[in-house]
Design a protein around this ligand. Structure first.
Ligand SMILES: *Cc1c(COP(=O)(O)O)cnc(C)c1O
Length: 377
């Protein structure tokens, strides 16, 4: 193996966990007071639970060495292919603590299926859905005390897979590492939901036809960072990307899908074109909006309609969505020399209602009529 975690000396007896994951508890977990301190103000992506889940794939032996072990730095050969050719994919999910103390995740089989599609696009091996689900159960079962409670807090789960083979030749790696790490997360909007401002990316695009836009891979994010820097310079929170061919059709933000609420109650979201990431939140919101009586259309959205629609009042609300921020109202579209404001700095009614509807399911406050929840602990 060319990756190992530091400090792996197992001092506890391994126990058998879900989907063949052996659990090797670390002898030195964070003291209870330290964990409590972190969970009281976790922020996002800064702190990690005591363990990780991992598995190794080799062309010769397939998936093996499924383990939960101590979280810690990994030793990676400097020639590991991921460091040179970015053969890497990831997922983003959350574990939610319900009022009765039980811990659940949301539609994990959809993330497992997307992970498999991303893997196929990046020439990585398929991780069976039951191993993906088993890794989440094994890790969250071990680190259940790291799942915060209260408000919109959660334990953010980050499954990822990368080419760990030590080889500089350009071809799909013959050795791959899969891991899941977990990071406690507070409310995305600690001061209450607030509309964000969006920079319209000028020269850069996120994804092109035939490219990797529909795969959740690190490379897409690397390519979006200089637009994000432009956005920050223009005092914007996020970037929206147009299509690569005509620079006309609205695709999505760097990591969130978009919805447009019309004055007649119709809601429009850009259709899945092969260059848009198919969000689990996007799909769930389409279902919930229809149940609330809205007509929802998936179609091409012209950037000119965004400008005109908010000016004329035909578009009354715009929101972005994704696992991390759930539903985020979009208040301003900014481009050189112009600003297009929606909703006068307030969160719209439809946006607020869909946000609560989704959170109510995720936190177990309403009946899960779609079978979207999966118990982890
Ligand atoms: C992850 C992601 C989303 C949101 O997907 P969810 O499954 O809803 O979290 C949207 N766009 C991009 C580019 C993403 O990477």
């Amino acid at each position: 193996m060319s990756t190992t975690t530091a400090g792996t000396a197992p001092t506890s007896t391994p126990t058998a966990g879900p989907a063949g994951f052996e659990v090797v508890r670390r002898p030195d977990p964070a003291p209870e007071e330290r964990r409590a301190e972190i969970l009281a103000a976790p922020g996002f992506g800064k702190y990690f639970s005591d363990h990780l889940a991992r598995a190794t794939w080799t062309r010769a032996d397939g998936w093996h060495d499924r383990r939960v072990e101590a979280y810690g730095p990994i030793a990676l050969d400097p020639s590991a292919a991921v460091l040179h050719y970015a053969q890497e994919i990831f997922e983003g999910m959350k574990a939610y603590r319900h009022a009765d103390g039980s811990v659940w995740t949301f539609r994990p089989e959809v993330n497992a299926a997307r992970f498999a599609r991303s893997a196929a696009r990046l020439a990585l091996p398929q991780l069976p859905s039951e191993v993906f689900l088993g890794s989440l159960e094994a890790l969250v079962g071990t680190d259940v005390d790291w799942v915060p409670s209260g408000g919109e807090s959660s334990l953010y789960l980050r499954p990822f897979m990368f080419a760990s083979e030590a080889f500089l030749g350009v071809r799909p790696a013959a050795e791959v590492t899969y891991m899941v790490i977990a990071s406690p997360a507070g409310s995305y909007f600690p001061g209450g939901v607030r509309p964000v401002s969006i920079w319209l990316s000028q020269e850069y695009i996120r994804a092109a036809p035939g490219g990797t836009g529909a795969a959740k891979c690190g490379g897409n994010y690397a390519a979006s960072l200089c637009s994000q820097a432009e956005a920050s310079e223009a005092s914007c929170d996020q970037v929206v990307f147009l299509d690569a061919v005509e620079h006309r059709w609205v695709e999505e933000l760097g990591g969130m899908n978009l919805f447009f609420v019309h004055a007649d109650g119709t809601v429009v979201t850009p259709e899945l074109s092969g260059t848009i990431l198919e969000g689990v939140t996007r799909d769930s919101i389409i279902t919930l909006l229809r149940e609330q009586g809205h007509e929802v259309r998936e179609e091409k959205v012209d950037i000119a309609d965004w400008r005109d629609g908010v000016a004329s009042g035909r578009i009354t609300e715009i929101f972005a969505c994704g696992t991390a921020a759930v539903v985020t109202p979009v208040g301003r579209l900014v481009e050189p020399g112009a600003e297009h404001v929606t909703g006068a700095g307030e969160t719209g009614e439809v946006t607020a209602r869909i946000r609560s509807a989704l959170l109510d399911v995720q936190y177990g406050r309403v009946e899960d009529t779609h079978g979207w929840l999966h118990r982890l602990a």
